[in-house]
Each structure stands twice: as structure tokens, then as C-alpha cells.
Design a protein around this ligand. Structure first.
Ligand SMILES: *[C@@H]1O[C@H](CO)[C@@H](O)[C@H](O)[C@H]1NC(C)=O
Length: 329
């Protein structure tokens, strides 16, 4: 192992070990300042347009239900850079431009401003990728420029921030006009619209939150685990030889879409960091430990391809080729 990398990792380990100390005093209980509900309008006739000929780049998706599509998603999408705590090499716009349509991001309260939702990796002292609002503005601009594309956001709520703060942040970014609101809650797996329907209605952004969603307060942020199961994350087995359900506890795959955490970590003295050097084989379309291999393991277990395969370093390997193959394109 090159020496410099070793030093970087040692520094990272130190930062991680010191985190509880650094973060002390910033773990106040969050109480919502406002009980006002935030809603996206369910209909916007001015945006209704005729049926698109391509949806997310393929005519096949226009008539295919969202719940029957496999997306390769960018895991920790905003953490871009060369450091051990960074999971991606290219920025959000570049990820969208290369064909990624599913973005996963961690949110935390900013330690400097408790009213601001910030994109941080475990702690804002370790990795701070800016505000959630700026991230949403970037995606909104991309949706403005790309009218035949449907994008999904999967956010985590590491600091148990109230749903009204998420709603207000979305509203302030201007992105809510694109946010999809299911007709029933939860929508059954067979009732998801086709990508053509999302695009024709102008509601081309699907949003999930892992914990704390409340659609009575904010109707366009869905409860992740009402819709999905997930396999374990922080996998250190390069052959990805499991597709067992990790969350929700004891969940069945029946009636749920599936998220596979297909990003490899290496364990450095108990600290898991993304296995950057292995991204080419981890993100390959086929072969041992590839996206294709783990997806077929899942398909064997649950009778359907995974809906989402989360990957680090989406610019490495062949993630779009793998996504096309899983969608039969
Ligand atoms: C979509 O449906 C086809 C045909 O039933 C199936 O083979 C494929 O696994 C499904 N994909 C997903 C993500 O549900």
C-alpha cells in the first residue's frame, strides 16, 4: 500500500475516532419550529404535454412502470473528491449527464446553523458537501434543461430533523413543482406510474427519506421503508455473495421494491472507507463481484431484478451498461 494513502487513512481514522469529541454539543434534540404542512400541488395543467417518445433515454421506459425499472444509483452522490471519505469522482451534474437517475445523499443539521440541512458524511467535520438547498437547486436546473427525464432522490435523515424542515428546504429550492405525489399512500407496487406518465404530468422527481417522513405534513417526501427493502451496507466482501434483506428488520420482499447496496468498503482499523481501487471490478456489468452478478443473485432469491443498485464511483466500471442489461435493453 502506498505510504501516502496509509497516512491519509491514519488521519481519517483519527478524525473518525475524534468525532464524538468534535461533535459534542451539536447533538441537541430537534424540535420543529413550525407545524405548517408543506404540499406539492397534485396537478399543474400548464405543464401537461403530449406523450414523450423517449423517457430517460429509452422509448421502452415510457410504458414501463417505475416499479419495474432497475436504476443504478449514486451512493453518497454529493461526496465528490479524492479523499478516503469521498464516494464519487464526478459532480452531481456530471452524474446526471452520464445517465444516473437515482441519487442517494446523507443529510445532517449544519453544526454552524441548526436551521440548515447540510450534506455531510457522518459528520460535517469529516465531509461537508454544502447545503441540501444547493444540491436541490442543481437538480432542479438539470430537470429544467432535460424535460424527458425522471430523477429519484433517496435522502437519509441522520439527525432526525423534522419533516417540515425538509419540506421548507425543498420549497425554497424551487424543485417542488416537479415533485411527484402518489395518489394513495402507500402506493402498491403494481400502481406506480410509467415514466411516460411522470413526464407527461410534469411530476418528474420522486423523493424518499429513510426516517421521519410524514406525508400528512409533507406529501411529496415518501417513507423509504414503506416502499423498499435494502440489503446490508458497508459490505467488505468483494464477491458480494449475499442479497439478504437487512432493513426494515424482518421485512419480506413481497410487495416491496429492492435496493441493493453494491458498494465495497475496506476496513482500516475498524473504519470502513470506500474501496476506490476496486471500483472498476465492483461496478463491472458482469463477472465475479459485479453489479450483474449480485443482481442475478437477488433475482434468484426474490424473482425480480433489484429496483436500485447503489454504487460508489459511478464513473468507474460499466454502470450504465449494467443498468441497460438489467432492464433488458
Ligand atoms: C420487470 O419485469 C420483468 C418481467 O416480469 C422482470 O423480469 C424484471 O425482473 C422486472 N424488473 C424489476 C426491477 O422489477
Amino acid at each position: 500500500m502506498p505510504c501516502r494513502q496509509g497516512v491519509t487513512r491514519a488521519v481519517l481514522s483519527l478524525i473518525l475516532l475524534l468525532q464524538p469529541v468534535l461533535a459534542a454539543g451539536s447533538t441537541t434534540l430537534v424540535v420543529s419550529a413550525s407545524s405548517s404542512s408543506v404540499s406539492a400541488h397534485t396537478a399543474n395543467p400548464s405543464r401537461l404535454s403530449s406523450a414523450p417518445s423517449k423517457c430517460n433515454g429509452h422509448s421502452e421506459f415510457c410504458t414501463r412502470s417505475y416499479s419495474n425499472i432497475t436504476f443504478v444509483g449514486s451512493h453518497d452522490a454529493p461526496f465528490v473528491g479524492p479523499l478516503p471519505q469521498q464516494n464519487q469522482n464526478i459532480d452531481i451534474k456530471a452524474q446526471l449527464d452520464m445517465g444516473i437517475r437515482y441519487l442517494q445523499a446523507q443529510t445532517h443539521h449544519s453544526p454552524l446553523d441548526k436551521k440548515t440541512l447540510q450534506l455531510c458524511h457522518t459528520s460535517c467535520f469529516l465531509e461537508d458537501a454544502g447545503t441540501l438547498k444547493n444540491f436541490l437547486v442543481t437538480i432542479k436546473k438539470w430537470l429544467d434543461a432535460n424535460p424527458n427525464e425522471v430523477v429519484t432522490l433517496l435522502l437519509t435523515n441522520g439527525d432526525s430533523v423534522s419533516i417540515s424542515e425538509f419540506g421548507e428546504t425543498f420549497s425554497s429550492s424551487g424543485i417542488t413543482k416537479y415533485a411527484y405525489v402518489p395518489t394513495t399512500n402507500p402506493l402498491s407496487i403494481s400502481d406506480w406510474p410509467t415514466l411516460g406518465e411522470f413526464i407527461s404530468s410534469g411530476k418528474r422527481l420522486v423523493v424518499f427519506l429513510d426516517y421521519g417522513a410524514n406525508t400528512k405534513q409533507v406529501n411529496f417526501i415518501q417513507d423509504e421503508f414503506a416502499y423498499y427493502f435494502e440489503t446490508a451496507y458497508d459490505v467488505t466482501d468483494p464477491s458480494f455473495s449475499s442479497c439478504s434483506i437487512d432493513r426494515p428488520p424482518k421485512a419480506s420482499a413481497t410487495g416491496r421494491m429492492g435496493i441493493v447496496n453494491h458498494f465495497l468498503d475496506i476496513d482500516i482499523f475498524g473504519v470502513k472507507v470506500p474501496a476506490r481501487d476496486k471500483a472498476g471490478t465492483t461496478n463491472a456489468a458482469s463477472g465475479k463481484g459485479s453489479i450483474g452478478a449480485q443482481a442475478s443473485l437477488c433475482e434468484g432469491l426474490y424473482g425480480r431484478a433489484p429496483n436500485v443498485i447503489l454504487a460508489d464511483f459511478v464513473d468507474k466500471g460499466q454502470v450504465i451498461k449494467a443498468q441497460n442489461a438489467l432492464n433488458g435493453l
